[in-house]
Design a protein around this ligand. Structure first.
Ligand code: UDP
Length: 502
């Protein structure tokens, strides 16, 4: 178990100076002031399973910083199991909650889950007091949180970042396995109402994830800076001197022989020049990488037909598939296999097609440089695709929407929550079908005016619903409601305060 020293440099004062963000800051401060008396002697502990990579680790530092800025004593602990096979089991649970995988969970799985939960709870125990609030993220630390809830009597909330909108034998198997732990919690939070399983439905509500407009991942850059970043990361070849030296760990690009070498070697990807379709995600089969690649190949084959502008566009078009260096993601043992499959798919392409596909491994050693690479890629893309078969929420789409880059999502609920088809982008109802992928990419690329309007509406939607300020405000409201209900009622009105509504 490790306690993360949260070092987020930008707090509420920074945002309050930006006219378009000031109203959200004012609202957050008001809610913070109203619940401060209820949280005064408590700490709020976040517990999850990774300090880098993936959506949860991405969001927690800023959430913690903003909570601290409104007077909440927030901390972050990361579990570090001694048995690596634990993450294989929890990845299976993760997939089952998404409705995929082998649903046989046996006594050996139970033994492993309980042993690691015990070990994690024991490591954390001395840091916590019964007055604290423990917010436990996703299934990995759920068992540990349940033990701490029972043994210390603290308030425990389980936050699920995943879910499926229907009940299947797979989801039932996962929830049956998790039931004894889930039931121990005071409350739970999901990213969408559709994800709340029946067993938690009476004590749960919704908080949408949110992004930070000032983060390295999302901040805006002047063009010179953007070009400098691409060059520093090895993603573009400088045709003039650039200000800063190259980064130690550049992006690496897959070569036809299956090796990854620095992306600056060989032909340039063409960022800033060529129309580019981008997907950036973890290497997970559920992200729909393979059908996206096949759809792109189909589209390229069709480049010979149509008017000259369309032919030229499709001829120049490039696909960029970017994800983290797989060796750096400790809690995702399937990533290496998923990437290997994609690599062999890539190597099966005709050589001229391979030249139009850049499969990039983005180093994770520096969180800042990784975020800057993702930011630059999202800003240079003509379209950002998230071809997920399942998606809990899909921060990659939120990030692109904030940058006004047009987005193509799928019917996966997390994406539909954000993109209304034809308003903030497009929704592909058949992400597993390469034909459907090719067709909708072709349409979107051929509609520049619509792309601009989707981009503008998308940014507005993120501003209204998916910025970190809304997320933190909702957390404070949930905590306020929980403690207002529990505190000795100073008045009838307070004791009758309603539970947060699902
Ligand atoms: N991400 C990243 N570097 C990468 C790939 C992904 O920083 O190489 C980030 C991405 O920008 C997003 C997060 O990881 O912020 C993924 O969150 P999302 O909700 O899209 O999916 P999850 O990984 O949680 O399933």
């Amino acid at each position: 178990m490790k306690v993360v020293d949260v070092q987020e440099p930008l707090g509420l004062d920074h945002y309050a100076f930006q006219p378009h963000l000031a109203p959200a800051v004012t609202q957050l401060r008001a809610v913070g002031a109203s619940i401060e008396p209820l949280l005064r002697h408590r700490r709020v502990w976040m517990l999850n399973s990774s300090s880098h990579g993936g959506g949860v680790a991405e969001m927690l530092p800023k959430v913690i910083r903003l909570m601290r800025d409104v007077g909440v004593r927030a901390e972050w602990a990361v579990m570090q199991p001694s048995r690596p096979e634990f993450f294989v089991l929890t990845k299976r649970l993760h997939n089952l909650i998404h409705g995929v995988g082998d649903l046989r969970l046996g006594p050996a799985d139970r033994e492993l889950y309980e042993a690691v939960s015990r070990e994690t709870a024991d490591e954390l125990k001395s840091l916590l007091t019964p007055r604290d609030v423990l917010i436990v993220h996703d299934p990995q630390p759920m068992g540990a949180g349940a033990l701490l809830r029972k043994e210390l009597g603290l308030t425990a909330i389980w936050r699920s970042h995943i879910g499926l909108e229907e009940e299947t034998p797979e989801t039932s198997a996962a929830w049956d396995f998790l039931r004894p732990y889930a039931e121990a919690y005071d409350y739970s939070i999901f990213s969408a109402a559709e994800y709340i399983p029946p067993l938690l439905s009476t004590r749960a509500s919704v908080i949408h994830p949110g992004i930070d407009p000032a983060s390295w991942k999302n901040r805006e850059f002047p063009p010179t800076k953007l070009i400098g970043l691409l060059c520093n990361a090895g993603l573009a070849k400088p045709c003039h001197p650039v200000l800063r030296p190259d980064w130690k760990d550049p992006a690496r690009r897959l070569r036809p022989d299956g090796a990854f070498t620095p992306a600056s070697e060989g032909e340039d990807v063409g960022f800033g020049y060529r129309p580019t379709v981008l997907q950036v995600s973890r290497w997970d089969r559920l992200k729909g990488w393979a059908p996206l690649l096949r759809g792109f190949a189909l589209l390229k084959r069709r480049a010979r037909a149509g008017d000259p502008l369309r032919r030229r566009r499709l001829d120049l078009l490039r696909l960029v598939l970017a994800g983290p260096d797989p060796s750096s993601i400790q809690d995702d043992p399937e990533a290496v296999d998923a990437l290997a499959e994609l690599v062999s798919e890539y190597r099966g392409l005709a050589p001229e097609l391979r030249a139009d596909v850049a499969l990039l491994a983005l180093p994770m050693a520096s969180r800042k440089e990784n975020a800057l690479m993702v930011n630059a890629l999202q800003r240079c893309a003509s379209l950002v695709v998230q071809n997920s078969i399942r998606e809990g929420f899909g921060l990659t789409v939120t990030e692109a929407m904030w940058k006004r880059t047009p987005v193509l999502g799928t019917r996966a609920l997390g994406l539909r929550l954000q993109i209304r088809d034809g308003i903030e982008g497009r929704i592909n109802p058949a992400p597993e079908d390469p034909e459907a992928v090719a067709e909708i990419l072709d349409q979107m690329l051929g509609e520049p005016a619509a792309r601009e309007s989707w981009g503008a509406s998308a940014q507005r939607r993120v501003y209204d619903e998916f910025l970190v300020f809304t997320q933190v405000r909702r957390w404070l409201e949930v905590l306020g409601d929980l403690f207002a209900r529990r505190a000795p009622a100073p008045s009838a009105a307070l004791s009758a305060a309603p539970a947060p509504s699902p």
